[in-house]
Design a protein around this ligand. Structure first.
Ligand code: ZN
Length: 229
């Protein structure tokens, strides 16, 4: 038997019994995850490990390139997962998580070889803005530097797409939603976070405020419109 598949018996025999109390609570009271993470499917990036999350802590959606299709384009898994997390589970923190050495970002940078993968090619179009930004604003970048720049821009692009989802947009307008853009450097074992106000990615540090892509802020535009009448 595949050694990995065989480990399921260890889960049944040891892991589940050791966490019996936690699973009992989660099955009796249901789940109340603290955040939704939309991460790349890459096997080297494990959201629960990065967050040191226990069962019940983290709602996770993974796909090639940590994409979030804009709301109107596709009724698919990501859209449904976002909607369920925000409406049914009341999640108020969403993390879009990319990483270094990402195959999807390499393919965005150089699409040769995608001829045999038409679905991957179509999916990667959700990252077209990231590639275009780097090609037109940072045309001097090449190789790994270009892929890294596309990876960072892609996180920003997907956060933009996320904001087109009505449930997310409404939670933002209520000042209840915090959006995070993270980049896991799997070479350095370091996580960078997007500081939305400064427009840069900075290392997450215990002794500093957590950089956020979008901080929760009640919207005053509508109140202003009323007052102006
Ligand atoms: Zn990846």
């Amino acid at each position: 038997m595949n050694e990995l598949i065989g480990r399921v018996f260890h889960f049944e025999k040891s892991i589940f019994p050791a966490h019996g109390e936690l699973f009992g609570k989660l099955t009796t009271h249901g789940q109340t995850p603290k955040a939704l993470m939309i991460s790349c499917a890459d096997s080297r990036v494990v959201p629960e490990q990065i967050m040191q999350a226990e069962p019940g802590d983290l709602f996770v959606c993974r796909n090639a390139g940590n994409m979030v299709p804009p709301y109107a384009t596709l009724n698919g898994g990501v859209t449904s997962t976002v909607e369920y997390a925000v409406v049914a589970l009341g999640v108020r923190d969403v993390i879009v998580c990319g990483h270094s050495d990402c195959g999807a970002m390499k393919a965005l940078s150089d699409p040769s070889g995608l001829e045999m993968m038409p679905n991957v090619a179509a999916w990667l179009r959700h990252g077209a803005a990231a590639e275009h930004i780097v090609s037109t604003c940072h045309e001097h970048l090449e190789g790994k530097d270009r892929v890294r720049a596309i990876s960072l821009e892609n996180i920003i692009a997907q956060i933009g797409h996320l904001r087109t989802h009505p449930t997310v947009a409404a939670a933002i307008a209520r000042g209840e939603m915090t959006l995070h853009g993270w980049f896991v450097d799997i070479h350095a074992g370091q996580v960078l976070g997007l500081d939305g106000d400064a427009g840069e990615f900075v290392p997450l540090r215990e002794d500093r405020d957590l950089p956020v892509a979008l901080a929760p802020r009640p919207r005053v535009a509508t109140e202003y419109a009323e007052a102006a009448q």
